[in-house]
Design a protein around this ligand. Structure first.
Ligand code: NAD
Ligand code: UFG
Length: 353
């Protein structure tokens, strides 16, 4: 298929591009490079042994999208583009609604104008809010406590209305749990601006010596060791989930042998790990110490969050295959490959102290 990946040079988009290209799809990566670099395209070409088609563009530019959809005879779109930092969304809500909600409206208008009606959308487990029960299935009530989460809720509601309006639409909303790790080559991974907010990249920087220690945000949660529990999923498994979603959409979306126009599916492993379990696993894989201190709970955090994954298996025929060891190993490999200066400096520092 000819597939447009909005936000295609970003973290999840670039890994999905590898999986789709290796499955024989032809892709166009459209990105405004607000949180990625054009060089990601060169890295992808190195991994794939063939050039990738890249376009600099903003999803809010409907005319540019229409031109791209037509020029490349696009048959399906995977919509990754958007802003994703929860804390930043509280400070800059207008930007979050503009890039995420307005960006999606612009994409839908372009798709409507060109008759492209197959869409996979990047949603998030954040739409479940504070879990009322675990594991989280797709029927769990939805809520949001910040503009980022609310932007995803608005988009999901819009997509449901669009799918209801016209039988030709086929849409899958994928609710990602906690994507971590990187491609085994160490050539692509998550782009970081400043100190990471998320656990795995922060631990990688502590292991390399770039950060002195990890703050563990709370050890008094009602979890086995008191620290927060999450469903971490290897980004390559997540990428394969998109391939499965596209296969189901292009075959004609059906649920229980009934034609469907929109479905929502969790992408997680179904397994929760605590902060301290991640620290221990990372130390074992990297051979480095990860010093930590217990800090107060982070405002807005929940105790535990993990997915019910049976719908992904039933509807997409997909399940995550990679375990925690592989997630940590690839995150460490990305840290070493992408910030060699930082790791070398840390080694000198450790030798001299
Ligand atoms: P990312 O920031 O690495 O990738 C997003 C890409 O979109 C970036 O390359 C950025 O430059 C681009 N972009 C942003 N605004 C744009 C615009 N207006 N026009 C064109 N390009 C634009 O993020 P990611 O981790 O790859 O996330 C991809 C999607 O998955 C996002 O929608 C995010 O909300 C969602 N998601 C991510 C996570 C996660 O933890 N990484 C979890 C759940 C959901
Ligand atoms: N944590 C620490 N120290 C840190 C960073 C995180 O102890 O320095 C803890 C958190 O308190 C939490 C766990 O590690 O218990 C995971 O935190 P992350 O920030 O890595 O991930 P979150 O689950 O908070 O949020 C992520 C994304 C959201 C997304 C959500 C669900 O950042 O955008 O997963 O997909 F909505």
């Amino acid at each position: 298929m000819n597939i447009l990946l909005t936000g295609g040079t970003g973290y999840i988009g670039s890994h999905t591009a590898v999986v789709l290209a290796q499955a024989g799809h032809r892709m166009v990566l459209l990105d405004n490079y607000s949180n990625s670099q054009p060089e990601v395209g060169d890295r992808l070409a190195q991994i794939l042994g063939q050039p990738v088609t890249q376009i600099e563009g903003d999803v809010r530019d409907t005319a540019r999208l229409i031109e791209t959809l037509r020029q490349y005879a696009i048959e399906a779109v995977i919509h990754f583009a958007g802003l994703k930092a929860v804390g930043e969304s509280v400070a800059r809500p207008i930007d979050y609604y503009a890039h995420n909600v307005q960006g999606t409206i612009s994409l839908l208008q372009a798709m409507q104008a060109t008759g492209v009606k197959i869409l996979v959308f990047s949603s998030s487990a954040t739409v479940y809010g504070d879990p009322q029960y675990l594991p989280l299935d797709e029927q769990h009530p939805l809520s949001a406590t910040n503009p980022y989460g609310r932007s995803k809720l608005h988009i999901e509601a819009m997509l449901a209305d669009v799918a209801r309006s016209d039988d030709h639409w086929r849409i899958i909303c994928l609710r990602y749990f906690n994507p971590v790790g990187a491609h085994e080559s160490g050539l692509i991974g998550e782009n970081l601006r400043g100190a990471p907010n998320n656990l795995m990249p922060f631990i990688a920087q502590v292991a390399s010596g770039e950060q002195p220690w990890l703050n563990v945000y709370g050890n008094d949660y009602p979890t086995p060791d008191g620290t927060g529990v999450r469903d971490y999923i290897h980004v390559m498994d997540l990428a394969e989930g998109h391939q499965a979603a596209l296969a189901v959409l292009s075959a004609g979306l059906e649920v229980c042998s009934q034609p469907a126009h929109l479905i929502t599916v969790n992408l997680g492993t179904g397994q929760g790990y605590s902060v301290l379990e991640i620290v221990k696993a990372f130390e074992a894989v990297s051979g480095r110490a990860v010093p930590y201190q217990i800090a107060p709970r982070r405002p807005g955090d929940i105790a535990a969050c993990y997915a019910q994954v049976s719908k992904a298996a039933d509807v997409l025929g997909w399940q995550a295959r990679r375990g925690l060891q592989e997630m940590c190993a690839s995150a460490w490999n990305w840290q070493v490959q992408s910030r060699p200066g930082a790791v070398a400096k840390a080694r000198c520092y450790r030798l001299s102290t």
